[in-house]
Design a protein around this ligand. Structure first.
Ligand SMILES: Nc1nc2c(ncn2[C@@H]2O[C@H](COP(=O)(O)OP(=O)(O)OP(=O)(O)O)[C@@H](O)[C@H]2O)c(=O)[nH]1
Ligand code: SF4
Ligand SMILES: [Mg+2]
Length: 409
């Protein structure tokens, strides 16, 4: 259970002033001492994450944040970290205590609403101070659900769980598939995974694992090969596969080995669809055509892996883009949560597949790019485009292909 990829977990954020009992509530819901509780305001300084199974919903990820009402330099840093959490939650809990509601809480709700995130208002510490009838009437209108509780005695904690279950977006654990919707039950998908020096020792990476698991769930067949074994594998099949998926870095040789009438795409294009907005990112890819000398390109990665050898983000993407655009481009790199607040210096954002992140955060990055007028693409789309095979790699996704053709025309 603990290893369900983060991307598939519903993210639930706990927000509120310092000392209202956010960490106590998390501990009460999970029945574990996950987050440190103390009478000193400002105990939680960095977001604390706790994956758990919230039945019958399934795997969720709680994020306990730092209280964000404080001032000063340290307070500002905490607020930035908490704001980053706002960008990636699917559900928000605003924790407060009786008599404390003010413009700060209204502001938090507004931030969550702006992101279309449902909100539970949780009034804690009712053992010490019950909620008055007037306040209850007012707070009922503040969020989508109101719960009065005591994390200390446990009263009302079950109601918080129930409110979360009720408000969880119905489409979260939905039929969104990585690959199995493209490969009918019983049909074969060939997955091409080159084992080169960038491949992690003794294992395969998350998008590949997720694709194999999804094919198993769909009762399709997965044939996993290295790029140099592809032709031999294709020869052994009695009928052509329903789909060939390759690591983007082997695109060129795989495109040459796969007959033109067999659908072909890459893991990162599958991930763009599953974890982001494929059509928007395909449109963003066309901005590569406009790149000129001195333009700045932001390369963003969700995880903080240590770059090795010809790292795709640091070496390969810059080399490909400079070559394709024939321009002296400048590259900036960010990893993890450090997506810049100001995107105006950039002419293009090239994002990784976001396999370890969650979809809402990716969609919120895409949204921020759109608001800033900065196109966003991803690794696989960039590589396919610069190799001139993007149209072919989009053939399995008619609406994205249509968007691509329309934008190009
Ligand atoms: N009486 C009472 N005290 C509580 C309750 N829940 C939490 N407390 C106390 O309130 C204080 C703050 O609790 P925390 O859970 O650390 O609060 P927090 O919101 O995480 O605080 P920061 O991390 O500092 O922002 C602690 O002394 C808790 O014991 C409750 O339901 N009733
Ligand atoms: S850089 Fe992005 S795509 Fe690559 S492993 Fe990390 S999160 Fe996944
Ligand atoms: Mg805390």
């Amino acid at each position: 259970m603990q290893s369900t990829p983060k991307a598939l977990r519903l993210h639930i954020g706990l927000f509120g002033r310092r000392n209202v009992g956010k960490s106590s509530l998390l501990n009460a819901i999970t029945r574990q001492q996950v987050s440190i509780v103390s009478a000193i305001a400002g105990t939680t300084t960095d977001p604390v994450e706790k994956p758990m199974e919230l039945l019958p919903l399934g795997p969720v990820q709680f994020v306990d944040t730092a209280g964000v009402d404080d001032e000063g330099a340290l307070g500002e840093l905490r607020m930035q970290r908490t704001r980053a959490v706002l960008d990636r939650v699917d559900l928000g809990v605003v924790v407060t205590e009786a008599g404390a509601w003010g413009s700060f809480e209204d502001g938090l709700i507004a931030e969550l609403r702006r992101r279309r995130v449902p909100v539970v208002v949780a009034v804690n510490k009712i053992d010490a101070r019950p909620l008055t009838r007037e306040e209850q009437a007012r707070l009922l209108l503040a969020g989508d659900a109101l719960v009065a509780l005591s994390a200390l005695t446990g009263e009302g904690v079950g109601d918080v769980r129930e409110a979360l279950l009720r408000l969880a977006p119905a489409d979260h654990f939905d039929s969104r598939r990585i690959i199995s919707d493209l490969v009918p039950p019983g049909a074969v998908a060939v997955l091409v995974i080159p084992i080169d020096k960038e491949a992690p020792k003794g294992r395969i990476i998350l998008p590949q694992v997720m694709a194999i698991r999804d094919l198993l769930d769909g009762e399709s067949l997965a044939l996993v090969v290295q790029d140099r074994g592809l032709r031999r594998a294709m020869d052994k099949l009695r009928a052509p596969p329903a789909l060939v998926v390759t690591d983007s870095q082997a695109f060129e040789s795989v495109a040459a080995d796969v007959p033109p009438d067999v659908p072909m795409t890459s893991f990162s294009i599958l991930m763009a669809r599953f974890q982001g907005d494929l059509t928007e990112q395909v449109r963003g890819t066309l901005a590569i055509e406009q790149l000129a000398d001195g333009d700045r390109v932001l390369v963003a990665e969700t995880c903080t892996h240590h770059p090795i050898g010809d790292d795709i983000g640091r070496v390969k993407i810059p080399t490909w883009l400079r070559g394709y655009a024939g321009a002296a481009l400048e590259f900036a790199h960010v990893q993890g949560r450090d997506f810049p607040a100001d995107l105006s210096p950039y002419r293009l954002v090239v994002h990784c597949g976001n396999c370890t992140g969650n979809r809402r955060e990716m969609l919120s990055r895409i949204h921020r790019c759109r608001e800033a007028g900065v196109p966003i693409t991803n690794y696989g789309l960039t590589i396919a485009y610069s190799l001139g095979i993007l149209e072919r790699a989009l053939a399995p996704f008619p609406s994205a292909l249509e968007g691509f053709r329309a934008a190009r025309a």
